[in-house]
Design a protein around this ligand. Structure first.
Ligand code: SAM
Length: 377
């Protein structure tokens, strides 16, 4: 039994915790870095294949306080890093330090790398190379006020990048963030889902993956599977079990609209790559000329939209009109629905002329945003 840390941005930690619990993982505690859960290595693989709200899964191996270089060096040596890889497999160290006596995280990485290299040298007479691109062991060091957490990265990539994005518009949402936004709304697949400004289709595709319990990770290999102790392990049953969950619900009502025909083509291309094309209808349509509702369910649904924020000069005036049209769209065509807007521009949001009942702080990349709930009752 090991304890893992599923990593998420601070604002996504609570949806990740709910996801872990609903997927029946044994949740131990939450922290600002993510959610700790325990299980065996099959559970670690299952986490990689099923979780949509985590960026990667770490195995924490050391926690200590250090003020000086030699203290840090000696603490690193307390864990045996030689059990993961051979001297032929490259490794790397990735560090961050806030309010620590090591001000420079590059220097911190260098010191940790030296300690790990010395550990290999004293045991085998040689050491593995360091490579950022080909590392099979990534050691992650997080320092805060001279307290350090050292972990090994079991993933070796980014789980929130699903691999279906074949093309994109100018400001696509990260796939993992789109999944978290959908979970925050509480949407379930028995209700219709609409994104009226879908761009490259991320929100409808993530909704369809959730509804179909479909994993984009089934063809992936993760870092820990190349480690010495696991290299000969047969993982195929775990992959099969997750693949078996992929039952396409026939009644799912998911729609994406965009006024730009190129974005509709891009959404269709990405949806095909994700294998969600039978679950989503993409259509060219502007928020200003929305006609009848194409969904068949009588149940009111969930609308999630990520409108343009107007970063370029001159955009704002034009976009005020678009936000006004968006507000009218909610009122005229989505009565009874839960409408949610990811807004990166508070001034523009006022043009919706609606009052939100819930405001959640979210970072969309470097942009500080609010995720706003407008129940259209
Ligand atoms: C910020 S992007 C959405 C990005 C999307 N969430 C993604 O992940 O790719 C905003 C989208 O709104 C579309 N848009 C702008 N004005 C529109 C309008 N009046 N009606 C419909 N779509 C519009 C743009 O073409 C653009 O694709």
């Amino acid at each position: 039994m090991a304890q893992f840390l599923a990593v998420a941005a601070k604002t996504q930690v609570s949806v990740l915790e709910k996801e872990l619990s609903s997927e029946k993982f044994k949740v131990d505690k939450i922290s600002s870095l993510g959610v700790y859960f325990s299980g065996n290595w099959q559970e670690c693989l299952r986490a990689h294949l099923t979780l949509r709200n985590t960026t990667r899964i770490l195995l924490p191996v050391l926690e200590f306080t250090s003020y000086k270089e030699d203290e840090l060096y000696n603490n690193i040596l307390k864990h045996d890093f030689t059990k993961y890889i051979t001297v032929k497999q490259p490794f790397m160290v990735e560090s961050s330090a806030i309010d620590c006596s090591f001000k420079d995280s590059m220097y911190l990485s260098l010191k940790v790398k030296d300690a790990i290299a010395d550990q290999f040298r004293s045991k085998f007479g040689s050491r593995p190379n360091v490579s950022k691109t080909e590392a099979e062991l990534r050691v992650v060091v997080k320092g805060f006020k001279n307290n350090y957490l050292v972990a090994v990265d079991t993933t070796g990539g980014i789980l929130s990048e699903r691999g279906y994005r074949k093309d994109q518009g100018p400001a696509p949402l990260r796939e993992g963030l789109a999944a978290s936004l959908i979970d925050m709304t509480g949407w379930t697949s028995d209700r219709p889902f609409v994104d009226p400004m879908c761009g490259s289709g991320t929100l409808p595709i993530e909704a369809a993956l959730k509804a179909n319990k479909k994993s984009m990770m089934l063809r992936k290999q993760f870092a820990f599977q190349s480690w010495k102790q696991w290299i000969s392990q047969d993982w195929s049953e775990s992959y099969r079990q997750v693949a078996r969950r992929e039952i396409q619900p026939s009644s799912v009502n998911i729609f994406g609209f965009d006024h730009n025909p190129r974005m509709v083509a891009v959404s269709n291309l990405n949806s095909e790559a994700a294998g969600t094309q039978t679950s989503i209808t993409f259509k060219q349509q502007s928020v200003a000329d929305f006609s009848e509702s194409p969904w068949s369910s009588s149940k009111p649904g969930v609308l999630v939209v990520n409108p343009p924020y107007g970063e370029r000069l001159g955009d704002v005036e034009r976009l005020q009109k678009t936000y006004k049209e968006l507000g009218s769209l909610f009122k005229n065509h989505f009565r009874g629905w839960d409408c949610w807007v990811l807004s990166g521009n508070a001034e523009l949001t006022k043009s919706l002329s609606l009052k939100s009942t819930q405001q959640i702080d979210i970072f969309n990349g470097p942009i500080k945003c609010k995720f706003l709930h407008y129940p259209m009752y």
